[in-house]
Design a protein around this ligand. Structure first.
Ligand code: FES
Length: 163
């Protein structure tokens, strides 16, 4: 017959200190609470800002655009046009309800797929519900010789960039 020792009479290790054990648990809990407070305070105090891509586009070297070409940059929503008179950039967003227009090489027009507005290569409206022409955008050549476009700045039409 084997004897078992009741749980209440078991000896604890000599270095076990109940007070130290509960102190460590308490300090650990306070540390976790403090860390959570710091994280949520940072989230609360940091500005709730939506970061958008820059309005300034580097379109590359001007000579990379063929004469009398219309090049669309889908990512930035602009057309880069190299005409006999010079370079210019158009906002490719339709002035009716904001659809992205498309260049039709065969017809030589810019067409909106949503409600049928059509524009000349210069942005001038041909037909459709669009209330305004496609706006011209500020263009310049950087110190490095790249063609730059500012999507946020409209300019009056027919101000060609001559290089
Ligand atoms: S959004 Fe282009 S015609 Fe309506």
């Amino acid at each position: 017959m084997s004897e078992t020792t009741p749980a209440t009479t078991r000896k604890l290790p000599a270095d076990f200190d109940r007070r130290a054990f509960f102190t460590k648990i308490g300090l650990g809990s306070l540390g976790i609470a403090a860390a959570g407070t710091i994280v949520f305070s940072y989230e609360y105090l940091s500005p709730n800002v939506l970061y958008e891509p820059s309005a300034i586009i580097n379109a590359g070297k001007p000579e990379s655009f063929a004469l009398n070409s219309v090049t669309m940059d889908v990512n930035s929503g602009i057309y880069l046009v190299r005409a006999d008179e010079g370079y210019f950039a158009l906002n490719a967003v339709c002035t009716h309800l904001g659809c992205l227009t498309a260049w039709n090489q065969d017809l030589g027009i810019i067409a909106c797929p949503c409600h049928g507005s059509k524009f000349k290569r210069t942005g001038e409206k041909i037909e459709g519900p669009a209330p305004k022409p496609l706006p011209w955008l500020k263009t310049w050549v950087s110190d490095e010789g790249d063609l730059m476009v500012d999507r946020s700045t409209d300019i009056p039409p027919l101000q060609y960039l001559r290089i």
